[in-house]
Ligand binder design. Sequence first.
Ligand SMILES: O=C(CO)[C@H](O)[C@H](O)COP(=O)(O)O
Length: 274
Amino acid sequence: MEPKENGIELSPVEMAKRMACHMAVDENYPKHPKVIGIGSGSTVIYVVERLLTKPGVENVVFLPTGFQSKELIVTSGLRLGDPDCYPDVDVCFDGADEVDDSLQCIKGGGACLFQEKLIGFLAKRLVIVADSRKNSHMLGEYWKKGVPIEVMPMAYTSILPQLVALGALDPKLRMGAPGKAGPVVTDNGNFIIDASFGLIKNPEGLFEKIKLLVGVVEVGIFCNMISAAYFGSQDGSVTVKKSNGDNHIIPPKITATATEFDAIVAESNATPLK
Ligand SMILES: O=C(CO)[C@H](O)[C@H](O)COP(=O)(O)O
């Protein structure tokens, strides 16, 4: 029987994401946490699920990285805060679109770019949670949608050709999903441009060049920010990459097999998310 979330069977990929999140929270939950950042995307819901099992979590202030994580924090009954009131962040847990061997990463696939960069920057530790499809050797290897770039709306037309001059292949303004005519508008009222640069050999250099363009608010390349990344695999193992070089794979027996997963979650008294 497959593990279930609110009565719905979890796919192997969801199980992998969940295992990575539980492991990441268990290994990085501070002894005396005061402020924790919550990233955006489909993976971080399992971070919150695990956080709800931690003693003292009701006294911790949680900073969202966008509308979705704000809702997640509030509906989970956790304390919500703003970065201008709580700039000292103990740890931030966030998803990613791709992470390379040097722990540089691409984020912003969910258009929560600027706030994710801010909370990640403020955090003493930025911990990434993802499934193994995000774990690559070099940025651009697996993530083919391009580098997300948050821009001021009035500047997007002038930024597009400048990105081409920097080597971007056909940069595009991100358009809304069905139900939204026109472009995606971020939580900060900006637009997103997706610009593919093929394999990114020098993420730091590229980040700096894009960031200097007038009208660019933030770039979805996160350089030298990540402390650790946890990638769940469908076999139940979790691959861990750390900035201190302590990279390792936690085998399925230690994490869980599919059939053991229900028991582990039950033992942890995890509070199901609504
Ligand atoms: O950067 C992000 C949002 O802007 C997300 O963290 C990233 O897209 C990963 O999302 P998911 O966990 O759904 O794969």
